[in-house]
Design a protein around this ligand. Structure first.
Ligand SMILES: Cc1cc2nc3c(=O)[nH]c(=O)nc-3n(C[C@H](O)[C@H](O)[C@H](O)COP(=O)(O)O)c2cc1C
Length: 258
């Protein structure tokens, strides 16, 4: 009896002294301190991956110019709400063009480096945007990649992926019911090669900027949308064809007509 009591006491005290949880460690290990900043100078960082990813040898669709003139920003902020029920009417190509532009379109240049609609640490832009087209008026169903520089969609795989994205999204029906699901996928080393492990935090922060832009843009277009963080990572990674390590899906955003 004494032995069992001792074992329980040891188990509990070990638990109490257990180092940080994974989440706490992540935060701790990516906390900036002067010592860390200096240490980082000597740490080997990964090679810089290419700034742009493109799907060549595939059907490429030029999107219409994003020229929507919607409601005021103040109205959009006030009206924004997560919407999970959609009418089933398709979104138009012009709406899709405006949405994907708001996510990561180019809006200017510094020296010769294109800048985008969202802020990005060091202007390194780690995100790739994939579009799962469920119901777009003149676009075949399929998975597309956004070509940032030319404002194009590059076909990754054609077909109806409504079941797959719903199942990968823990059966959240709105993913299959929506007209478009934006998949925000990050190439970590674009940011990490400069900022080291702190770069991971920047990547997650940037996902929020992109999703917020889509959200407010959807309101301005009279559409409904919802950000989705609950999904089976590996299933969504597989769906868009990324390895989940060098490039991984961070966030989803479903949009549909009201
Ligand atoms: C990081 C994050 C993850 C989220 N994940 C989901 C999700 O998986 N499914 C969902 O229906 N809503 C999701 N939401 C939406 C929230 O439920 C919603 O923003 C919250 O209930 C507040 O409502 P509102 O957006 O209408 O103001 C998420 C929101 C954030 C910011």
């Amino acid at each position: 009896m004494l032995l069992i009591t001792n074992l329980i006491t040891i188990a509990y005290s070990e638990n109490a002294e257990k180092e940080l949880s994974i989440g706490e460690s992540f935060h701790y290990e990516t906390t900036l301190t002067w010592r860390g900043v200096l240490g980082d100078l000597f740490r080997i960082k990964p090679e810089k991956p290419p700034q742009y990813k493109n799907y060549t040898d595939t059907m490429t669709i030029k999107l219409p110019k994003p020229e929507n003139q919607g409601i005021t920003l103040e109205e959009a902020i006030k009206k924004r709400r997560s919407v999970r029920n959609y009418s089933g009417k398709p979104v138009t190509m012009s709406q899709l063009s405006q949405l994907v532009f708001s996510a990561q379109g180019t809006t200017g240049k510094t020296y010769d480096h294109p800048l985008r609609t969202t802020p990005s640490a060091g202007a390194l832009y780690p995100f790739e945007i994939y579009v799962i087209a469920n119901n777009v008026d003149t676009l075949d169903q399929g998975i597309y990649h956004y070509g940032v520089l030319n404002h194009t969609l590059e076909l990754v795989e054609s077909g109806d992926f409504r079941k797959e994205i719903t199942s990968a999204g823990l059966k959240q029906e709105m993913l299959g019911d929506s007209d478009v699901v934006f998949v925000l996928s990050a190439i970590f080393d674009r940011t990490r090669h400069k900022y080291g492990e702190r770069g991971f935090r920047y990547v997650y922060i940037e996902a929020g900027h992109i999703s917020q832009n889509i959200s407010l843009q959807a309101v301005s277009l009279g559409l409904g949308s919802v950000s989705v963080g609950a999904f089976l990572d590996n299933e969504v990674n597989q769906l868009i064809g990324v390895d989940g390590q060098k490039e991984a899906v961070i966030y989803l955003h479903a949009v549909g007509t009201l």
